[in-house]
Design a protein around this ligand. Structure first.
Ligand SMILES: Nc1nc2c(ncn2[C@@H]2O[C@H](COP(=O)(O)OP(=O)(O)OP(=O)(O)O)[C@@H](O)[C@H]2O)c(=O)[nH]1
Length: 805
């Protein structure tokens, strides 16, 4: 059958004899091209042939049917049902069309594709659709799905033709097919139908060969229930989930008696049914305006062609062929065998990866497993349907890649960890010893670590995958940076500590000397030493910091910390030198130097006529004047002043609060008063000692005492001279003395006796201090001249205090 619409099948059915003449006439006139209006209206056209092509003649045929200018005054009806269920017979009866009817003796498919004919004396386009379940098409359901969907979408009324005994069956009543068709219809045209632009459709069920045992109402209920069930089980688009069958379709049911067993009744019922298509006044008139698709008649051809194209290109209706089905089954089987071996192989490396090990050559192993599985699949599956084979191959590759992906990611993670720890190790090794460039050590370790990671990552990255290792690499670099930064901070800390220790050593002696001398420019000297040493320390830091890659900010912070620490070191030194006992010692020494020694540093021997009071007063005042000098760090030369911002934080040692101005104060006022009073007490002791020494120097032995001594000692001298024993002792003593003098041992002997005496004096003094609890005696001056200090001195002190100072 061609698509030109000119070729016609001769009706075979005896029941269609009344129409035969019309059809033959119609055919002839069409061929001749001189058709009368009535003949032309009976022409049939194959709208879609069995090759699924849409005719190019529909527009012209509509013209010949006289419907081109009908506007909206026309209707479209189609029939749907199993093959050879009398569809064409029914249509011919109902609409006076000329569709082919099956030759009963051959019982084979008559209608192929979709045919269209104009209803006799009615502006109705009737479509006779190829029956479903036809043995000619076998399992290829593609056309029946598409043609059913096309009929449903394009016609106002769809006649669903089925025999009574098909009611309640699933396949027999075409319920499976209807389900698919409803589903796709909803997906393709559901929205249009919903917004009213598509129009509703009447599904008119015509139950054939109804013998009347089961009332129509029961059959209707069964069919309605089946349809509702189908509708509920549809997979609907998201936005149409709540749509009901009744939102799109109206259902109507009618039954026709057996055409052969009750011919007359059948014919009468058909005529009665025809009235529903013709008589607009009837309530059950089928062509209700709501079903009209609102397409002007001259656009119907274009409209239908569009629908057919949409139906044709819809993948949901595509069903695999047997060959494809077999290929799917076999390819799946082959792929799962290949995959089983592959999975087994990949499992072997999962444990070490999970345990955190870097598996050497993992990339090669994975490539090997993959290519083995693929070649196995290719070998067995490539013989099957190429499309399926390729699709399943892609699936197989996808599964393999997703199986290997955790290994890849695990390897990357392990590489990351391992590279990072070897970086740390190398850093520590490189930083051992004193001579190293920090930047060099870090740079070398970093390059080595990054290269190792990149090599490992490239090795394990499989081709034809979207796996990337750059993110992990970036994270590794970040961590390397953090480790290097931490290390640099530690090294800087170490370096600053070292510089601080050296600073302490360097500053110690000069500061001691300056503070001991207590000259007016004492603080100038101290601060100038401090500044010079600090400058040296800073330049040492900067020289080393270069190799540390320290940033400017870090250098600023470190230098600030260094300055603060240096200052605190100085303060500690000053505190050490101004501790109570030390400062009192310094004051005593200062006082002694002025009171007990003259201008030439010769010890003074006080005579009664010496001005002890004056000297004492001067020396004391000079010494007391030193206390305010020590009290605050104030240089005479203001350029030497050192200022440190109070908010200076020591980033390396952060836990303290620092107030610089308060660190300039060495003694508070209270402290000064306390020191002054304590010093006064010490000075008083010197004064007493001086006074006593004048008293002892007055006591001289009178000359007559020597005469008395000779007279009284004459007898004892004679005894010694004339007693051999005493004489011998005396002689030996003289000889010993002679040799001591001759051998120059007087010095050492004198020294020994002096030490012994000093020890005795210390012991005696300690005992004396323990013994006397009075404040004036609590801190006696420990000098040689003070060794005979005793209880009497307390009394003397009281007597002397009354004297002016
Ligand atoms: N029992 C019975 N047979 C019928 C009825 N109507 C038609 N037939 C016969 O069934 C056979 C098939 O008729 P068609 O009208 O060609 O059936 P069809 O469904 O159009 O067939 P295809 O177009 O091939 O699908 C013919 O021999 C008809 O005489 C009916 O109502 N009852």
């Amino acid at each position: 059958m061609s698509l030109d619409g000119n070729s016609v099948k001769i009706p075979h059915s005896a029941f269609d004899s009344s129409l035969l003449a019309t059809q033959l006439n119609g055919t002839k006139t069409t061929i001749n091209g001189h058709a009368s209006a009535s003949n032309e209206t009976s022409e049939r056209l194959q709208v879609i042939n069995d090759e699924k092509n849409f005719t190019t003649h529909l527009t012209s045929q509509i013209g010949r049917w006289g419907l081109r200018d009908a506007g909206f005054n026309y209707n479209i009806v189609a029939v749907f049902g199993s093959q050879s269920t009398g569809k064409s017979t029914l249509l011919n009866r109902l609409f006076g069309t000329t569709f082919d009817v099956m030759d009963e003796t051959r019982r084979q498919q008559t209608t192929k594709g979709i045919w269209m004919c104009r209803g006799k004396d009615m502006a109705v386009m009737v479509m006779d659709v190829e029956g479903t379940d036809g043995r000619e098409r076998g399992e290829d359901q593609d056309f029946e799905r598409k043609s059913a969907l096309f009929s449903l979408a394009s016609s106002e009324v769809l006649l669903i033709n089925l025999w009574e005994h098909q009611v309640g069956l699933y396949q027999g009543a075409n319920m499976g097919l209807l389900k698919t068709v409803f589903e796709v219809n909803l997906g393709l045209f559901g929205k249009k139908a919903q917004d009213g632009s598509q129009g509703r459709t009447l599904l008119l069920f015509i139950i054939r060969d109804h013998i009347g045992v089961t009332p129509l109402a029961n059959l209707q209920a069964t069919l309605t229930a089946d349809l509702e069930k189908i509708w509920d089980s549809l997979s609907k688009p998201q936005d149409l989930q709540d749509r009901q069958l009744s939102d799109y379709f109206d259902l109507a049911f009618t039954a026709l008696p057996h055409k052969i067993l009750a011919t007359d009744k059948f014919e009468a019922e058909v005529q009665e049914l025809r009235k529903r298509f013709v008589d607009k006044t009837r309530d059950d008139f089928v062509f209700k305006p709501a079903y009209h698709k609102r397409i002007p008649a001259d656009g119907v051809a274009f409209y239908m062609e569009n629908i057919w194209q949409q139906v044709q290109t819809n993948k949901d209706l595509d069903l695999p062929t047997q060959q494809e089905l077999l290929a799917q089954f076999r390819c799946d089987e082959i792929a799962s065998v290949a995959l089983a071996d592959f999975t087994e192989q990949s499992k072997s490396q999962r444990r070490p990866i999970e345990a955190g090990h870097v598996v050497e050559g993992l990339g090669d192993l994975m490539r090997d497993w993959k290519s083995q599985a693929l070649s196995r699949y290719d070998r067995d599956a490539s013989r099957y349907h190429q499309g399926v084979y390729q699709r399943k191959r892609t699936d197989l590759l996808g599964v393999m890649d997703s199986t290997l992906s955790p290994l890849f990611l695990g390897q990357l993670k392990n590489l990351h960890k391992s590279c990072l720890s070897s970086f740390k190790r190398e850093l520590l090794e490189g930083l051992r010893g004193d001579e190293y460039s920090f930047a060099d050590v870090v740079g070398k370790a970093q390059t080595k670590c990054e290269t190792r990671f990149a090599d490992g990552a490239k090795e394990v990255s499989l081709e034809d995958t979207d796996w990337t290792w750059q993110d992990e690499f970036e994270s590794l670099r970040e961590e390397i940076g953090n480790v290097a930064d931490q290390c640099r901070k530690d090294e800087t800390k170490k370096m600053i500590n070292l510089i601080e220790r050296n600073f302490k050593k360097q500053i110690s002696e000069p500061v001691d000397i300056s503070l001991n001398k207590a000259t007016p420019d004492m603080w100038d000297k101290v601060l100038s030493t401090f500044k010079k040493t600090l400058e040296k320390a800073e330049s040492t830091y900067l020289a080393k910091a270069k190799s540390f890659n320290c940033t400017d900010d870090e250098n600023v912070a470190s230098l600030a910390a260094l300055r603060k620490r240096a200052w605190l070191v100085l303060r500690a030194k000053i505190d050490e030198q101004t501790a109570d006992t030390v400062i009192l010692g310094k004051l005593r020494t200062h006082f002694e130097e002025r009171f007990r020694y003259d201008e030439n540093a010769v010890p003074r021997v006080w005579r009664p006529d010496d001005d002890i009071d004056g000297a004492f007063k001067a020396a004391k005042e000079q010494t007391i004047d030193l206390i305010p000098r020590y009290a605050k760090i104030t240089p005479i030369d203001s350029s030497l002043e050192f200022v440190l911002p109070s908010e200076t934080s020591d980033s390396l040692n952060s836990a303290d609060e620092f107030d610089f101005p308060s660190t300039l104060i060495v003694f508070t006022e209270t402290k000064c008063i306390d020191l002054t009073s304590r010093f006064r007490k010490d000075a008083d002791a010197y004064y007493v000692e001086a006074k006593r020494s004048t008293v002892s120097s007055i006591a001289q032995i009178p000359y007559w005492m020597y005469g008395v001594l000779v007279v009284l000692g004459w007898n004892e001298a004679m005894v010694v001279l004339f007693n051999p024993l005493y004489f011998t002792f005396t002689l030996m003593a003289l000889i010993t003395s002679y040799f001591i003098v001759k051998l120059g041992l007087t010095g050492p002997l004198f020294q020994v006796s002096k030490t012994v005496l000093a020890e005795v004096q210390t012991q005696a003094t300690n005992r004396m201090r323990d013994h006397f609890s009075q404040p004036v005696l609590a801190q006696p001056v420990r000098t040689n001249s003070f060794r005979d200090y005793n209880e009497d001195s307390d009394q003397e002190m009281r007597g002397l205090r009354s004297e002016p100072m």
